[in-house]
Structures are given as structure tokens and as C-alpha cells.
Design a protein around this ligand. Structure first.
Ligand code: 2HG
Ligand code: ZN
Length: 451
């Protein structure tokens, strides 16, 4: 059976793109943090929507599960295969069509990286509304499937808001193609929005039509030192008055120490401070003065601040924030919990976290950072892999008790599936299951993800 299926897949995608050599497939079988892994029957790398359709039909006929992978930068175990599944990589479907300058949209292959799309559209005065640290590796198909968020959500919304059309292959090989990108199109169920954020459980996205935003050439970044979480929220309230506000990112003293140890960056201020908020504004003209007045308006909350308008200075300040993920991973394999809490409860929830985590994993190290405007906290817990279940349970229940979400932007994946009822009602989960069963009755697409 196995050989028959692999032979059938080779006939579809070509000898070179149905891989079984363990040393070649290894990089597809685990996530980059090393926390999640599975053994694939083979890795198949189709080059077109038609080839994806043929692959899915062949796997359905053989009764073999298919796991879908883009850049494999996901953090919830949703991008690695379950044992024995065919791992379908979208990396070869990466063409970027000419920008539709009239509509301010572009059609791209699901396997294009975010950085590649940014490079293609920026020379024409456009930009992608979503951005985050994994830009060089993450693919737009994965970003849409997980409804990725990132650093600009406060201005442009999440990935779902950027996806104005898509093409996807359903589990039986049928193709849904809605690439017109009409801003007004009220003709029934919104399949584009449904597939965006479905975490690959309903279909394989192969192409996307993305809305583009204007490229804003003038940028100013401030790193502001504050006394703690409540003060960070106060600061965000103040800087929200600036229309050009694009990012408000939070990190703490211990995270900064890890980043500095990993990157050899100098300290941003003469004195260490408990917490830091990185604020970025972007506009057609230099938004530096607006940013400064907003920070001044925050008054006593600001313990210290440093501002950069030039590219190097801005990049240096951003590195303190964006290097968190890799610096944490350099210190060990973390348990990662990406959560969101209503801003009014954010500081109280953060205050309760250390005790909650310590009770479940006494020898662990807790590093927090996140996107403060959305109350989105990245809870990273080092030295807790043996208490993975217990610590996840404690943190997610705490978050739910504050009215928060167990997944802000990374998705549910396999890591958080068991806790979904903390965030979604029994009726909602039943509705999701009905949709899944209608579209994928054999349950072969991304099994164990989300539901
Ligand atoms: C970020 O905001 C990403 O940098 C990764 O969402 C978060 O590593 C994490 O926990
Ligand atoms: Zn994030």
C-alpha cells in the first residue's frame, strides 16, 4: 500500500518531489523549537493547485492522512505530520503575480514567504498589512490558514483582514477558486473567511489574493521604559491618540537580559527597568514629533525613553523585541502559550501568572512579552517540558478566568486542542465539527489539529 501511494504521488509531482529519505525529510518532521515532531510516510511537494488536487485525491483513495505545511514556523504543533501521514509542503507554489495597482491587491502562491511578498510590492509603493519576526521563513498560505497576527494588528487587523480571495483544494480534490478580490461580494457563506483561520482542517490553500496597504516611508520608533504592566497599558492608551501608531510591543527586564545575552546588544538605557514598550509610528511625513508628544502626554508613566528615526536605529530597537523568540529557544525548549486577555484585566492577569506557573512547574523560568494593544501575551516557560500539561492547564484556565482567549494569534493546533472548550462554547464546537465532517468526512486533512 505504502509503496503504491508513494509511486502514485511520484507520478503526480515528479520523482524529485516525493521524498522518503529520512535525512531529507527530517527538517519537515519537527517544528523549529524541537517541541513537536512526527514521522511522515513521505513528503510531497506539488508545484500547482492541480497537483495538490491530484495528491489529495490519491491520499483519499488510499485512506491516508495528509498534513499541510508552509514555512513550518508555527508554534502549536499544527505544522508537523502525525505519524504515517503524507506531509504536503506548499513551498514550491510560490509565484507572485504582478501587483494589481488599481485594486491595490496582489495574487500570490501560498508558499511565497512574507518577506518575498514584501520585497515584490514595496518598490511599487505598497506593503502587506501583517508583519512579524518570522517573515523570512513563514509563508502567506500558513499565515492565512492560522489567521496570523503580529506587530501591526492594531493598525491593519489580522491576516484574515488581508485575505480578500483565495484558491483552495478541498479534501476530496475539488477546487474552490475565489480570487476576484471584490471588496463588496455578498453572495452567501464567506468561504474565504472560513478557510482563513481553519488551520488547514477544511482545505489546502494554494493561492491568495491579498489586499495591500500604502507603503509608509517615514517611521519613528521609541523604546519606553515603564514600571510594570499597568503602566505599559497606560502608555498604550496615551499613544493611541497618534493616528500613525503602528505597533506597541511589550517586554520585560528578564526577557531583555536573555536577548542581550544571545545577541550581545548593549543595554538600551543606563539603568535597567521592569518593563519596556516599543512603539512605532509610520506615516508619509516623519511622525517623530507626534510620537514624542504622545509619549510626553503619558506623563509620569514614562521612566525613560529613546527614539530612533533612521533605519539602523529603528532596527536596533526592534531587535530587542523581535529577538525574544530565538533567544528563548537558545536557552532551551520552551512551553509556549500565546493568549489574549481584555486590556482592562491585562495587568491583573500578568500579575497572577508567576504564582500560577510556579505552582505547576516549580523549577521553571517564565518569560513574558507580547503585543500589548491587543492584550496579547506570549507566555514562554523554560524548564517546564516535563510539566507541559499541568502548566498549560494552569495558565490557560487563568486566562479564561479573566475572560481571555487560549489562542490570540498562533492558533489552536495540536498543542491546545484539549483546552478549546475554555474559549469556545459547546454549540460553537459542535458547529465547527459539523462543518469539518461535511467537508472532510474521512477526517484525513490535518487530523488532530483544532478539533
Ligand atoms: C512574536 O510575537 C511571535 O514574536 C512569537 O508571535 C511568539 O515566540 C513566541 O512565543
Ligand atoms: Zn506574536
Amino acid at each position: 500500500m505504502t509503496d503504491d501511494l508513494v509511486a502514485a504521488l511520484r507520478a503526480i509531482v515528479g520523482e524529485a518531489h516525493a521524498l522518503t529519505d529520512p535525512s531529507v525529510v527530517a527538517s519537515y518532521e519537527s517544528d523549529w523549537t524541537g517541541r513537536f515532531r512526527g514521522t511522515a510516510r513521505c513528503v510531497v511537494r506539488p508545484a500547482s493547485t492541480e497537483e495538490v488536487a491530484a495528491v489529495l485525491s490519491a491520499c483519499l483513495a488510499a485512506g491516508v492522512a495528509v498534513c499541510v505545511q508552509g514555512g513550518n514556523t508555527g508554534l502549536v504543533g499544527g505544522s508537523v505530520p502525525v505519524d504515517g501521514a503524507v506531509l504536503l509542503s506548499l513551498l514550491r507554489i510560490a509565484p507572485i503575480e504582478a501587483v494589481d495597482e488599481v485594486a491595490a491587491q496582489v495574487t500570490v502562491g501560498a508558499g511565497a514567504t512574507l518577506a518575498a511578498v514584501q520585497q515584490a510590492v514595496r518598490p511599487l509603493g505598497f506593503d502587506v498589512g501583517v508583519d512579524f519576526a518570522a517573515r523570512e521563513s513563514c509563508t502567506v498560505g500558513g499565515m492565512a490558514s492560522t489567521n496570523a497576527g503580529g506587530e501591526r494588528v492594531l493598525r491593519y487587523g489580522t491576516m484574515r483582514a488581508q485575505v480578500v480571495g483565495l484558491e483552495a483544494v478541498l479534501p476530496d480534490g475539488a477546487v474552490v477558486s475565489r480570487l476576484a478580490g471584490l471588496p463588496k461580494d455578498n453572495t452567501g457563506y464567506d468561504v474565504v473567511s472560513l478557510l482563513a483561520g481553519a488551520e488547514g482542517t477544511l482545505g489546502v490553500i494554494t493561492k491568495l489574493r491579498l489586499r495591500l496597504v500604502p507603503l509608509l516611508p517615514a517611521r519613528a520608533v521609541a523604546l519606553v521604559a515603564v514600571a510594570g504592566t499597568a503602566e505599559a497599558v497606560e502608555l498604550v492608551r496615551a499613544v493611541r491618540a497618534v493616528p500613525s501608531l503602528e505597533a506597541a510591543e511589550l517586554f520585560y527586564a528578564d526577557g531583555l537580559e536573555l536577548v542581550r545575552a544571545h545577541t550581545n546588544l548593549p543595554a538600551p538605557f543606563a539603568e535597567p527597568h521592569p518593563a519596556y514598550v516599543l512603539v512605532e509610528c509610520a506615516d508619509r511625513e516623519d511622525p517623530g514629533d507626534d510620537l514624542l508628544s504622545a509619549i510626553e502626554a503619558a506623563g509620569d508613566v514614562v521612566l525613560d525613553a529613546t527614539v530612533a528615526s533612521d533605519t539602523r536605529g529603528r532596527h536596533a530597537l526592534w531587535t530587542y523585541r523581535e529577538a525574544h523568540t530565538e533567544s528563548i529557544s537558545a536557552a532551551g525548549i520552551p512551553v509556549k502559550l500565546d493568549v489574549a486577555v481584555p486590556l482592562a484585566a491585562f495587568a491583573d492577569c500578568v500579575a497572577a501568572l508567576p504564582d500560577t506557573v510556579a505552582a505547576a512547574a516549580p523549577a521553571s523560568r517564565l518569560i513574558l512579552f507580547g503585543h500589548v494593544n491587543e492584550g496579547n501575551l506570549h507566555v514562554n516557560i523554560l524548564d517546564a517540558l516535563d510539566q507541559d500539561e499541568a502548566v498549560s492547564d494552569a495558565v490557560l484556565k487563568l486566562v479564561a478566568s479573566f475572560g481571555g482567549s487560549i489562542s490570540a494569534e498562533h492558533g489552536v493546533g495540536r498543542a491546545k486542542r484539549d483546552w478549546l472548550p475554555l474559549s469556545r462554547s459547546a454549540t460553537e464546537i459542535a458547529m465547527m465539527r459539523s462543518i469539518k465532517e461535511a467537508v472532510d468526512p474521512a477526517g484525513l486533512l490535518n487530523p488532530g489539529v483544532l478539533l
